[in-house]
Design a protein around this ligand. Structure first.
Ligand code: PHE
Length: 369
């Protein structure tokens, strides 16, 4: 639209009309934008990098100084106006979107708070938790030692001499390399933690040491890796009566059988004297634990041998104590009626679901274990 008023005023008039039209166009586009995406499109069309208003602002540089000032002021105030219009529309649309979402998303707060727990505690872990809870109530702490030990910790310190048959009876896994000049083994029992504990702390103490042990043996009742729980009490006046009371209490609590029959049978271990195997009563015909006329061997125990105390720098005339060791798999199998030891390590999810424990109910004494 050309008007013959001289270059300057023609341009001024034209731009002003353009700006009015541009504002009207923006207003209409905004009224039509009925969601945030459409609104953003309008903003880009007007104020974006290549937007209509932005292009006009870019052209300012080509105008004469006087004109540039006027036009610049007009463009900037239009820009502010359009920005404010966009912002106002944005708030309306955002509120509408939120209301729509609130109307759609409904939460039923009366639903139960949790679905079935997804995971299960492995029965071995669970048994160890129960042992820790029961012995913990009797004042025992949990002690640890490494799976790889020197043959001194595993045998010699425990009064099993160099050529004693026990070294081969244990089907030991020997490892390459040495520590402190001694051959290395995968510990064949957790009794190594007796040694570690007596060497590293001062009596009196009561510890249990649950953990892995290894023997080269594999069938329905033996696995090359299995778990034991060691126990050790060292004090000044410990007697066999303490050992018996402690183990009878533990077994009755663990199996939740207050009347469980427990028998102490003389036996032999190089590191205890006297030594006793502990049996619990059961009925072979029904497999039921408790009374019955049959006995099941369940753990080894005894009074700590004076030579073991001396090997660990304790004076046997001042200190004495008792020790015991039990198989975690064996106790778990008896408690839950599991018949094949290999199931424990096959990671069959159906088996784990069946025998696993609920992680939301921890093993604590007042839950009955
Ligand atoms: N370490 C023995 C074993 O593995 C068990 C035991 C531990 C016996 C402590 C007596 C004292 O068979």
């Amino acid at each position: 639209m050309e008007r013959r008023f001289g270059a300057l005023s023609v341009q001024e008039t034209a731009m002003t009309d353009d700006l009015v039209a541009l504002r009207r166009e923006t207003e209409m586009a905004l009224a039509e934008a009925d969601d945030l995406r459409a609104l953003e499109a309008v903003r880009v069309r007007m104020l974006g990098k290549g937007g209509r208003l932005t292009s006009l602002l870019k052209q300012l540089g080509t105008l004469p100084a006087e004109e540039r000032r006027k036009q610049g002021a007009a463009l900037n105030s239009l820009k502010e106006e359009i920005s404010a219009l966009i912002e106002a529309r944005k708030q309306v649309l955002e509120a509408a979107e939120l209301n729509a979402r609130l109307a759609q998303e409904r939460f039923d707060i009366t639903l139960p708070p949790r679905p079935q727990p997804q995971g299960f505690i492995h029965p071995i872990t669970r048994t160890i938790e129960e042992m820790v809870a029961i012995f913990g109530a009797m004042g025992f702490e949990v002690a640890e030692g490494p799976d790889i030990e020197t043959d001194w910790h595993n045998f010699s310190a425990l009064n099993i001499p160099e050529h004693h048959p026990a070294r081969t009876e244990h089907d030991t896994f020997y490892l390459p390399g040495k520590r402190d000049g001694r051959p290395l083994v995968l510990r064949t029992h957790t009794s190594t933690v007796q040694i570690i504990t007596m060497l590293s702390r001062n009596p009196p103490f009561r510890i249990i040491a649950p953990g892995r042990a290894y023997r080269a043996d594999h069938d329905a009742t033996h696995s090359p890796m299995f778990h034991q729980c060691e126990g050790l009490v060292i004090d000044r006046n410990i007697t066999l009566a303490h050992l018996k009371g402690c183990l009878v209490d533990f077994l009755r609590a663990f199996f939740s059988l207050p009347e469980l029959a427990v028998r102490f049978r003389a036996s032999y271990f190089p590191f205890t004297e006297p030594s006793m195997e502990v049996d619990i009563g059961w009925d072979r015909a029904s497999g039921k634990l408790g009374q019955g006329s049959d006995w099941l061997e369940i753990l080894g125990s005894g009074m700590v041998h004076p030579r073991v105390l001396a090997n660990c720098g304790l004076d046997p005339r001042e200190w004495q104590g008792f020790a015991f060791g039990m198989g975690v798999e064996r106790l778990t199998m008896l408690k839950h009626g599991i018949t094949d030891l290999r199931n424990f390590f096959e990671s069959d999810i159906r088996w784990l679901r069946h025998y696993g424990a609920n992680p939301l109910s921890p093993a604590i004494l007042h839950e009955g274990i």
